[in-house]
Design a protein around this ligand. Structure first.
Ligand code: HEC
Length: 155
């Protein structure tokens, strides 16, 4: 192959690498003034993520209520509602703005709710569920310690 072709190929591969790194790995996070990474979203995207967060909190409330009343059926329903299936509506453009670690923590949290639901259904053991919930809440706390969401005007 000609030298120029190799040159063009190299630049192309490099370009693809940069795009993958930028959108798959880094996202659009900047160091925030409170020491956390501030993820820059447009206000619609921020509202979407925050709505998902409120659904998380509601699920946690319903799970603890279910445990306190020993109604494992309610626990299962509440946890399933925020399982992986709930994640499907997230647009690709938003995904590209989230840092890899954030995406991983988010996915893992949905997965842990699914796992909690499955175990609650199959084992019906409140102590086990409570342990899983406490483990899962570490994800919430960990992510909140590391990231904030700021709304910026989209270009
Ligand atoms: C992958 C990261 C991540 C995970 C996991 C996560 N959160 Fe959040 N959450 C955030 C960020 C970022 C914000 C915005 C915080 C800010 O801007 O100061 C937020 C905001 C919230 C809010 C405020 C919502 C509003 O309307 O303002 C609630 C409530 C919340 N999270 C609950 C939870 C609960 C409960 C869990 C665990 C079951 C959880 N979150 C897991 C990242 C996460």
């Amino acid at each position: 192959m000609c030298r120029l072709c190799w040159g063009v190929l190299f630049v192309l591969v490099l370009g693809i690498g940069v795009v993958v790194y930028r959108f798959g790995f880094l996202g659009s996070a900047l160091p925030g003034e409170d020491g956390r990474q501030a993820i820059q979203l447009d206000s619609g995207e921020r509202n979407l993520v925050l709505a998902e967060m409120r659904a998380f909190l509601e699920a946690v409330q319903m799970i603890t209520a279910g445990l306190a009343e020993n109604r494992m059926g309610n626990v299962v329903t509440a946890a399933r509602r925020v399982g992986l299936a709930a994640q499907k509506g997230v647009p690709l453009s938003l995904m590209g703005k989230l840092p890899l670690e954030f995406k991983q923590l988010g996915l893992d949290t949905h997965r842990k709710f699914d796992r909690l639901a499955l175990d609650a259904e199959q084992l019906g053991d409140p102590d086990h569920t409570l342990e899983q919930l406490s483990e899962l809440l570490r994800n919430c706390a960990g992510c909140h310690a590391g990231y904030s969401l700021v709304a910026v005007r989209s270009p």
